[in-house]
Structures are given as structure tokens and as C-alpha cells.
Design a binder for this molecule. Sequence first.
Ligand SMILES: [Zn+2]
Ligand SMILES: [Zn+2]
Length: 827
Amino acid sequence: MNAQVLWDLLSIPFLPPFRPSKQNSYLNARIPWQNNVHRQWWRDHGMRKNVLSVVLLYSANFQLGYDETLFNSLLALPVWNRTFNDPSGSRLGLMAAYVSFGHMLTVPVIHMLVDNLGRKRAIFLGCIISTTGGFGSGNQYPNSGLCALSTSSYTLDSSIQRIEHDQGKHDEALRILAKYHANGNTEDELVQQEFHEIAAHIQQDIDAGNVHWRNLLQSAGNRRRMLVLTLAVSGTLVLGSGIARNYSTIVLKSIGIKDPARITAINGGLGFWFTIWTSAGALSADKVGRRTLYLGSTIGMLLSLCVITGLSALFETHTNNTPIAIGVLVSFFVFTAFHQAGWTALYSLYLIEILPFSIRGKALNWTNFIQASSVLSTNFLDPIALNAIQWKYYLVFIGLEVVYLGLVWLFFVETKGGTIEQASIIFDRGNSKPASPTVSEEHKDLAIPAIQRNSINTNRQKIERLYGRYMSVSSVRGCVRPSSSSWATTMGLESIQFCGSPCGEIVQKTFVHPELAADEVAVKVTHSGLCGTDLHFVTTDMVLGHEAIGIVHSIGSDVSAVKVGDRVGWGYPNWTCGKCEWCLRGEDNYCPNWKIYGLADLEQGGLSSVSVRKEQWLFKIPESMSSEDAAPLMCGGSTVWTPLVNHVKPYHRVGIVGIGGLGHLAIQFAAKMGVEVVVFSATESKRGEALQLGAKEFYLTQNIDDYSALGITKQIDRLIICTSAKLNLGLFYPILNAQAMIFPLTASDGELTVPYFATVRNGLHISGSVIATRFMQKKALEFAARNGVHVIVERFPMTLDGVQAAMARLRDGKMRYRAVLSWNNND
Ligand SMILES: [Zn+2]
Ligand SMILES: [Zn+2]
């Protein structure tokens, strides 16, 4: 093993601390999980049973607690001390630590027992052993079985084990999930979601060969998991809590409380105190968040321990000073409250949340080992150290707490509100290579001969055929986690997608498309334009982009308009009904039943590697036209084309307001139609460009309140508004011809106000217009190709960074003039 390999193996990925925020919107992008039987679990028969089993299992912990608490209480009794010749120091330590010897002995076999016998039988065996009192470690069986359970679903995990061990038992797993989470309804949405997520994850783990002991350290993500796990387990047990648990009697004696009755009363009170704070911590974990709770708990412990240490030192010189003794006692209670509310309350919950299924069994075995050795060392060392250096021993814990605080800050991640799969993504982002090359590699590999499915289960087939499925979500910049290629061949066509999210952050997802319907076409996207309208959808959980060009990858059984290999494009609509009056008139861009971008098919969009479209609204791209020129014509181009081609005569003077994404296309279309083009812009620097694109006249409107002073030679017949800036249309009235038409084209909100009487007197028309009919879209492409309409584009790579950069530039109004993102640019 050379040095590099060793280093790779030992290095723990240092990632900035994770906090859910606008920058980390993976939680917002999650699939909603909810119980469909009843929102309140206690009114759901299956969930009630489920929760009851979990409660029962967790109560097994009382056995271990019983040993320690009992031991602590015995220390207070003179008769016990007399019988055992007043044990202290190492002898006392040994007596307390013996429980953990047995625990350590069971570590190697627990994993085997749990995996081979199954959870239920292993727990049963553990109960028998601990009941018969065979040896001190018996109670570790239920304890380890318990650790293997997710807090909400024992059944979930055991069903997973079955899937893992026997591919034929999927139906049984589904049945168990359904029994506890949907009162037996296997078609329930939640059950289906859970089942697919679990099955997919296990398959992915198997594909990745992620099932051996060495995997615990093989990937950077797993190394970090093991580090966090080790810290969480050892921190719970060694950060001074051992003293609170086992030796509070010694502490009490050290501050002059020696009456056995009083000690027992305080210890009893401490028991209640623990329960209150553990419950409080556990109940607040979903609100406060795991990481915050760990940090808060450690800081609280650190501060109260400083007070305890200071007061204890003071007590040494002021023996029998009651206020100081009370001060120590109160701080001791505060210290334990913080410990219980954070470290103890999160103990099992957090471990389960950070461990993916595949390594959970082995990782929890490691947990058992850390747990046993922590308990062993602290139980053994505490009485020796307390005996030898008294309060100065607390200084060791202060040091430890500072170290743990730093490590928690650095390595603990927030798992609140997400699924185990989502937590996995945070850990595994350290495994990924930089975005661009990976994406393009992956994209190239997408050429799968046909959409095949080798589904695991009929229900799964059904739901995926209907909805497709999301496999992974990542909003982490520069992080792509392509799944193994076997997914694509067994599940359908996989696509990388760039989506909006509720917080407005662009999110990268991996989506597996459902099987094609008869009228559907799978298109491998090569280019996608970005339109001002896209800005309205960045806060929606949907795939962005509606000006896309790509190559037909595969077609549904009824598709005849395009064939595999054709270069096609699409814009805003995906489907129109073909039956309404507007469709019958051929003005299908006003079909009231249409399915369009932002309202339907949210899992399909242009900013992706593969999109599935209806045949109906796909357009073949003329051969002489580049894809960069074609993409923006699918929405921006068709928007300006429609009013020009429908309402402009060769003798008209056409005014274009604003030179941007729309305006620079409108100038070209109008000029190439042969009409006089007059451009109005607030930016002098665009004069040259406007004239070059074909404008005959250019008027600077900046700071001008009376347009009759512009010195315009002849009045305007058609005015095309291409700017999204709020315009006072009345300003243009002095330079409009009678019966002139005004076309506001951008998707702006607010009110449009115009001078009332002048509109009436001059017979003016103000007309809306939206994209183009299918016929007109086709003609626009042909016209643009024939006349050489070229889009002025800024190029961006189709990566998370590329999409974010393009969106930012568009939002800031700096785009010159249309963004085109392409997979080619990724190289
Ligand atoms: Zn658009
Ligand atoms: Zn229609």
C-alpha cells in the first residue's frame, strides 16, 4: 500500500458545516411524505401499532440504565459499602465496568445474529438471555437490535433486510410497509414512495458493491459517517455524563451531602430530571435541528461544567459553605439537563439518519464497540480520577468538551426534515468529481438502445410508468452524483435536470423517465435557450427551460411526425386538445385546454439532458439553421413573429421598443419582411447594433417626456413592445398613425393604462399576442432559416454553475441578448 492510497483511506473529507438554508435547498426539493390514513398518527391503527413496537423496543434500554442507576444508588448505602469494604478508586471502577466487558464480548456476534436470525428473532433471543441472567451482556442484544431500527419504522428496516437477502420477497416487504403505514393498502402513495426509495437505494448500494466491511472506510462519505458516528456515540458517554450516571453519589459526598436518604432522594430526582430533559430534547429535535441541538447541548455543558469546576475549587477552601454546595448541585443539574436534551436525546435518532441501509448493520456493530469501550473506560477511570484529584478531574472534561464542540461544528450535518437518502447526498458529495466533465461524460453515455424495464414488482412498474421517478437531488454547487449506468438500462431513460425550488435556488436532480406513451418522444437535449419567463418559475419545483433543441432518441408507438435521429425543438406548449374551437380554427396557441410550461408536465423541461415531449408540439429544425439560432426561436422568436406576420403590411412603418432578447429578433424579422423598422431604445450604445440588424431609424428615448420632440419623420403603424420595463404607452401616442396597433409582448404583471379619449379618437388597437400557432411556429423557423435570422447569444455550459450564472445575468438584465445553454459547451 503506497502513501497516496493510505492517505486517501485515512483522509476525512473536510466540508463546510452543513446548515439548511437558501444555499442548501435539497430539503425543499424533497418529495413530500405524508401519512394518507390519518394526519395524526395516533388515529391510524397501523401507525399506532408501529409506534407501540418502537416504544417497547426502546424501553429495553431501561435494563442497562437499571444496572447503572442501581449501582449509583448502592454507593449511597452504608451497608453496601461495609459489605464490599468501602470500595473506591480502581476497585470501584472495576465493579462498575464489568457490565461493559460482557457487552464488548458480544460485539463480534451481534451483527451476525441480527442479520442471520432477523431482527425479531435476535431481539427475542436477547430477551431470553437477559431474563435468565446468563451473563452481563445479555441486555445488549435488545439494545443492538434497537439501534438497528429507524425511530419511526421498525418494519421498514426489517423489510429492507428481506429485500436485500431475497429478491423474490418484494411483495412481502411491500405488504409489511402497507400494514404499518397504510392499514394494508399497498397502492397507498406513501407506501409506494417508501418502497421505491428503499428498493432503489438498496439496488444502488448493491450496484456500488457497498456491502463489505471495507466499505465503511472506502469512500470519503463513509469515512465521514464513521467519524460522526464515533463522535456521537463516544460524546454521549464520555463527556462527563458517566459521572452523572454512575457516580453522582461521589459528587454529592464531595460537597458534603453524606446522608444516604438525602443522596437517594437527589439521585431519584435526577432520574426524573433526566427523563424530562431527554423528552424535551427529543421533542424539539424536529424544530431546532440535530446539529443545533448538539452544538447547544455541548456549549451548555461546557459552561455549566466551568461553573461546577470553579465552585468545587472554591468549596475545597471553604468547606461546609452551604451556598457554594448548593451552587455546585444546581450547576450539576443544569449540566445533566443539557447533556440529556442534546446528546442523549439524539443518540439513536441521529445514528440512524446518517447511515445508509447498506452499511447500517456493520456501522452499528462499530457503534456497539465504541459504546462498550466508552462505558468501560469512563466507568473504570471516573472513580480512580475522582478519588485521586477530586474536582480537578472536571478540567479534563472541559478540555474534552472544547474538542468535541469543534469537531461537531466541523463534521456534524443537519438531517432535520430530510430522508435518509437525502442525508446520504450531503455525506457523499465529497465523493464526487467536479461537475462539468462528469455531466458531459454521463450525457454521452445516455445513448441507450431502447427503453427497457426489468422491473422488480408490478406495483412499482405501474407507478413508475405513470410518474417516472426522481433518484437523487443535489443542489450542491459543482456536485454531480451520477448513478451507476445499470439504472438507465433497468429502469428507463435517466436525465439530469435543472429545476426551480421554493427558495429560488436552482437545483440539480436526476430523474428516470417513465415509459413512453404512444404519442411521446424522448429527446436528447443539446441546446436550451433561457427566456425572461423562466425567471417567474425559479421558485417552483419544476424543470426549467422551454426553448430547447435536441435529437430524437426514441419514439412512442403512434408517433409518425418525427423519427429517431431527427433534430427537433419545442417551446412553451407540450399539448393542445385539437377539439376546442381555437384548435379547430388553427389558432391552437389559444387552446383553453393546453398543457404548457409551468402548468403541466413539470418534470419535463429544456434544461435537462433528456426530455419526454408530446409529438404534437415538436418542430423539425431546418437543416441550414444552427441549434443555437433555433433554440431562442422556439419561444422568443415565435412571440415577435406572430404579430408581425399577422398584422403588418409591406407598407407599414413598424416601431420596435427595446433591444433585448425579443427586440433584436423583432428587428430582424420585420426588416427581412421588407418593412421600415424604427427602433426606440433608452440606450444610445445600441444604436449601431440596431441599424446593423436592419433598423432604418433609431430614436433615443432616455429622459424624453414628449415623443413629438423625437423628430420622427413619419408616424408608426405598428408598435411592438419588447421591453419588460414598465412603459407609459401614452408617450407613444403623438407618434402613432391612426388605427395603429400596439402589441405588448413581455410577460409583465400589473396594470396597463392608456389615454382614454386619444385611443378612441384615433381608432387605436392594443392587442395581446402569445407565442405562435403550430403552423406559424413552423413558418417562423422556415422564414428565419431562409432569410438568415441570427440570434445574438451568450453561451453557457449546461451545468448547475452554468444555469445559475445564466439566470443571474438574465435577472440583472445584462444578457446580450439571449442565453443558450448547451451540453456541447461542457467539454
Ligand atoms: Zn419564453
Ligand atoms: Zn384546444
